[in-house]
Design a protein around this ligand. Structure first.
Ligand code: HEM
Ligand code: HEM
Length: 177
């Protein structure tokens, strides 16, 4: 397999960095909401959760620009058409949820009248304080990170299937490593 069959190195770096970040942020989110208010570091975790979450929004835009400017390898022609379509659909669903999840968190905090941190900076506010809107985004942010996680599990199972249970030329994981 020639080098041009691989994803460009910047895209591979972005894929694994953002993937690990997202999994860490989901784990932290799940953990922190279960902590008692009396736990001293609870709101430190909130701070890091929000800051890394906002970072994901910036990385997503950078990633889409890099994708647009790079040559992305085509899926093998020998792969059944339905698998190629499903793969592409799942990738775009991942991008959509990578946007909706942090943005719903941002808008929940913003509508709740809380500052949105980016480490030691404060992000701009876009919404007036509005408890109904904050509750709506809270409901959304309580649900969609787990939908994203479900899609990631499917995506990972597909990569494993193509690597270990398909023809060697269908091993798309090699293109991302
Ligand atoms: C990729 C980015 C993000 C992911 C994957 C993510 C994921 C999660 C998850 C899994 C939870 C726990 C939900 C639950 O079980 O109730 C959570 C809670 C929370 N997230 Fe995020 N989040 C992200 C970004 C953000 C951002 C950018 C903010 C705000 C600026 C934010 C603010 C919050 C807050 C305040 C909670 C706690 C809500 C509560 O106390 O019930 N998140 N997040
Ligand atoms: C939070 C975790 C992850 C996210 C958000 C994610 C997201 C994505 C996205 C959006 C793409 C499409 C790239 C593009 O063409 O623009 C992609 C490709 C890919 N991902 Fe992931 N991914 C995650 C984790 C994983 C894991 C754990 C594996 C495997 C063990 C994996 C394997 C792959 C492979 C092999 C491709 C390339 C498929 C191809 O050649 O077309 N990903 N991923």
């Amino acid at each position: 397999m020639s080098n041009s069959d691989k994803y460009p190195v910047l895209m591979r770096l972005m894929h694994w960095t953002v993937g690990l970040l997202i999994l860490g942020i989901i784990g932290a989110g799940w953990y922190m909401v279960g902590l008692e208010d009396s736990v001293s570091y609870k709101y430190d975790i909130y701070h890091w959760h929000k800051s890394f979450g906002v970072l994901v929004i910036f990385l997503l835009f950078a990633r889409l620009v890099i994708r647009w400017a790079s040559k992305v390898p085509k899926l093998p022609d020998s792969m059944p058409a339905y698998q190629r379509k499903l793969g592409t659909l799942v990738h775009w669903l991942l991008y959509l949820f990578m946007f909706l999840v942090p943005v719903s968190g941002y808008l929940m905090s913003d509508a709740g009248g809380r500052d949105v941190p980016l480490f030691n900076l404060v992000m701009p506010s876009f919404l007036e304080k509005n408890q109904d809107l904050a509750s709506f985004f809270h409901e959304v942010h309580h649900t969609i990170p787990y939908i994203l996680l479900g899609i990631v599990v499917l995506h990972t199972l597909a990569a494993i299937k193509h690597r270990y249970f398909d023809k060697p030329e269908h091993d798309v994981l090699r293109r991302m490593l």
